[in-house]
Design a protein. Structure first.
Length: 128
């Protein structure tokens, strides 16, 4: 995964079409193109996404709701923790092309001892 994309939070100027977040347990990349924002969450080795804490993205913009059935779970490769990633498609109204869209991603990253609840603010400019 290209870590060059994973440098931006709301504190930086979002690049057109991409933004991200990284910490010791997780990497989050958000890309926006056309009528969709795609959020990809990956946990690092030794961690998994908690099934008991719902993964959710709450957009700060008006539009269709996030369809949780459209989320794609990425299985863990090389370690047995189960869910190591998720892809979340978020519909973006056509009127927001070229605009900055934002919201908060909530999930929990767990290892054998502890679950860490994450609430990550994301902002990305929708490519025209």
């Amino acid at each position: 995964m290209g870590l060059a994309l994973v440098a931006l939070l709301l504190t930086g100027a979002p690049d057109a079409g991409a933004a991200g977040y990284e910490d010791a347990q997780t990497v989050v990349i958000a890309t926006a193109k056309g009528s969709q924002l795609l959020i990809e969450v990956s946990v690092k080795a030794g961690f998994h996404l908690n099934d008991d804490y719902p993964i959710n993205f709450k957009p700060d913009f008006e539009g269709p709701k996030v369809d949780k059935k459209a989320m794609t779970i990425v299985p863990c490769l090389g370690h047995p923790e189960g869910r190591c990633g998720v892809k979340i498609p978020v519909p973006v109204p056509p009127s927001l092309k070229g605009q900055l869209v934002s919201g908060t991603l909530a999930f929990a990253a767990c290892d054998a001892d502890v679950c860490l609840i994450k609430k990550v603010p994301l902002a990305v400019r929708v490519e025209r």
